[in-house]
Write a protein that binds this ligand. Structure first.
Ligand code: MG
Length: 477
């Protein structure tokens, strides 16, 4: 039977939940640490030569390092919608060909008809907290506290938004951003539904998110809890607290990532001090690839091709670590996984019934985490806006549409023989095909050698498109 089905039905998930119930009597805690624009090559354990990430390296060694793990999209808003709902953003109206993400003048957000991981877990007795960048709608009905989170502390959209007019803002400021420069971004810092600081002092924001997370662990550790910590960095403009200034060999970007690693250390320490580490699954990953146009202020995709906003691997394959001491089978996992898998996995591990009446795009990956079985998933879809640009099936990845990376048409142009790439997408008459296991850098097009593989991937596309329904676009409101 062909494994082209990209969703699991409610009944399938329900069955997984019942199976789990037999072997588990208590509910684990969950923490998602979601970096912003961190590249595949930006952690020590993923090969960066000068960024020190000893805590994340330790977590990867004690837990699992996933080398084929993908975000749901290559930019912030749709990626987050996918992670928190377990559904491709096309299903919730949280992606657009016209506006890639939500902006301060946007009126839309994650609709109430969508059910987040937090809401599902809360129904099952969990305490929940969102900390950090939200970017799923800053208007009141869309805030975390209206999407299943008991509390919220963070910025409602990206840290480069709300630029102050007349502040001499120009692109190169990103490159030379220094501490005093945070005033150029009038980004609000919110507690629950109130603005408590504006502009948010981004120099200490990682530190304050960390303190909030540690406090929440202490406050909630008597009950099962879920913490969603979405760092607003290393998205440009870059800021770090005084202790990290000038610390990294990799410059300001390295300072920022090393502070995030310090943050992970504080969180792990708090879990250990509270005696709940062995009952807590921690997931670390990133929302999309690095923003290459900002040169040394953007991260690195490592050996992968492409970056943020694009559908080559560097745009969506993320450095991912799962840690759950004494529970996970430690090792390097090369199976495919995506952030869409987190919702069904958390539900299965906590005996939470997944809300019905909707298509999910994730798989329960519990058996891979426990080292008992290989992945069910053998397909990944690479959406850009509302269109599928590429599909990976097993070893092979086909590109049907190509376009330059996010925010520029010139910095890293995709050079293809006989194809002139401009700002608009190019629908390829002859799709490109790569074996991304043999050729993770997507350098060698082998479409001519595998017509049957291309045919099979086209069938995957057709089958998927039949499951997509038109919904109200939230990013264009
Ligand atoms: Mg991002």
């Amino acid at each position: 039977m062909k494994k082209t089905v990209l969703f699991i039905s409610m009944s399938f998930c329900f069955l997984l939940g019942r199976t789990e119930q037999k072997v588990k009597s208590d509910k684990p805690n969950f923490i998602i640490i979601f970096a912003d624009d961190l590249g595949y090559g930006d952690l020590g354990i993923f090969g960066h030569p000068t960024i020190k990430t000893p805590t994340l390296d330790r977590l990867a060694a004690e837990g699992q390092k996933w080398t084929n793990f993908y975000a749901a999209a290559s930019v912030c808003t749709p990626s987050r919608a996918g992670l928190l709902t377990g559904r491709l953003p096309i299903r919730s109206g949280m992606c657009s060909n016209k506006r890639r993400v939500l902006f301060p003048d946007s009126n839309g957000g994650l609709p109430q008809s969508e059910i987040t991981i937090a809401r599902a877990l809360k129904e099952n007795g969990y305490k929940t907290a969102a900390i950090g960048k939200w970017h799923l709608g800053h208007k009141q009905p869309f805030l975390p506290t209206n999407h299943g989170f008991d509390s919220y502390f963070g910025i409602p959209y990206s840290n480069d938004m709300d630029k102050i007019e007349g502040d001499n803002y120009f692109q190169d400021n990103f490159i030379f951003a220094e501490d005093e420069y945070f005033h150029a971004y009038n980004v609000p810092l919110m507690r629950n539904e109130e603005i408590v600081e504006r502009p948010a002092d981004q120099r200490t924001i990682t530190k304050r998110y960390t303190e909030e997370t540690v406090n929440k662990i202490k406050e909630m550790s008597g009950k099962p809890f879920f913490i969603y910590l979405a760092h607003s960095l290393p998205h440009i403009p870059l800021f770090r607290s005084a202790n990290f200034k000038g610390r990294s060999l990799a410059g300001i970007y390295g300072d920022v990532v090393e502070e995030i690693d310090w943050s992970v250390e504080q969180i792990v320490n708090a879990l250990e001090e509270e005696g709940v580490a062995e009952n807590t699954l921690v997931v670390f990953t990133s929302d999309n690839g690095p923003w290459h146009i900002f040169k040394t202020h953007g991260g690195s995709s490592g050996l992968l091709r492409g970056a943020k906003g694009g559908t080559f691997e560097g745009g969506m394959r993320e450095p991912t670590i799962f840690w759950w001491p004494g529970k996970l089978k430690p090792g390097v996992v090369m199976d495919m996984g995506t952030t869409l898998d987190i919702f069904p996995t958390f539900c299965a591990l906590s005996n939470t019934i997944m809300p019905g009446g909707r298509i999910y795009d994730g798989y329960n990956i519990t058996t891979i985490l426990m080292g008992n079985a290989a992945a069910e998933r053998d397909v990944v879809l690479y959406y850009r806006g509302e269109r599928v640009y590429a599909i990976r099936k097993g070893d092979f990845k086909a590109h049907f549409i190509i376009q330059n990376e996010y925010g520029t048409q010139t910095a890293h142009p995709i050079t293809m023989p006989n194809i002139e790439l401009k700002r608009d997408p190019v629908v390829l008459e002859k799709p490109l095909l790569y074996n991304v296991n043999v050729d993770p850098g997507e350098k060698y097009n082998i479409a001519g050698q595998y017509p049957e593989v291309l045919k099979e991937i086209k069938q995957v596309l057709e089958a998927h498109l039949k499951t997509v329904r038109v919904v109200e676009n939230q990013l264009e409101k």
